[in-house]
Design a protein around this ligand. Structure first.
Ligand code: SF4
Length: 212
């Protein structure tokens, strides 16, 4: 599944975890997915759900609009870090500040992948943009980060995802799960090297856990 992605791409793992969570909760018919531009947009042809392609960085306002007119739907805002923490940073912060009903999944690989690996504000270096300090004191119900690296951490991602969906369906409000993700193609690494890099190096720069 999700064969448009390169081998080892975190977007494939993330979307498979989303699929598993939706199947487990038996909510397939309620799902609408908003996808951002860039490599995550390649997922759209294989999604099993209603989906909309959004302007770059504008997934949250598009999904917010959908949710306002389709209250019974579960609206997933799916994006990469270029959308979430570069062009779409304003949208992210204001949606959290307003505690909009949002189910936001950011697959963060620390680069602009589709256009060849350019450096975004979220690049995995000592100045890496960290959304957690900005949001953790806001009045939102869910904020977590985990790595899509070894098996144990991927299980943890799955656990967080289920908790996030259940909280969103019960309470509404702004939910964000960030998944630190390999992009072996633009990191010029093997899949194994990139996974180890995320697991060992990146997880020290951006701390993982459930913060809210
Ligand atoms: S370039 Fe990177 S983010 Fe894009 S599909 Fe390939 S591995 Fe995934």
């Amino acid at each position: 599944m999700y064969d448009m992605q390169c081998p080892g791409c975190g977007h494939r793992t993330a979307m498979m975890l989303i699929d598993q969570t939706i199947d487990e909760l038996n909510i397939k018919n309620k799902i609408i997915v908003g996808l951002d531009v860039a490599c995550c947009s390649l997922l759209i042809d294989e999604l099993r759900y209603d989906a909309v392609m959004c302007p770059h960085g504008r997934v949250l306002p598009v999904c917010n609009g959908i949710k306002k007119v389709q209250h019974d739907k579960i609206v997933i805002s799916y994006m990469g870090d270029g959308a979430a923490y570069a062009i779409g940073t304003n949208e992210m912060i204001h949606a959290a500040h307003r505690n909009d009903d949002a189910l936001c999944i950011v697959t963060n690989n620390g680069l602009f992948a589709m256009t060849g690996g350019q450096i975004p504000p979220s690049a995995f270096d000592e100045k890496a943009f960290d959304i957690v300090p900005l949001l953790k004191n806001m009045d939102i119900p869910f904020l977590a980060r985990e790595t899509l690296s070894n098996r144990e951490n991927i299980y943890n991602c799955r656990k967080y995802m289920k908790e996030m969906f259940e909280s969103y369906m019960t309470n509404g409000g702004f939910h964000l799960l960030e998944l630190l993700s390999p992009c072996p193609t633009n990191n010029h690494m093997s899949v194994k090297e990139n996974v180890e890099y995320i697991n060992v190096t990146v997880s020290k720069i951006l701390k993982c856990g459930r913060f809210i």
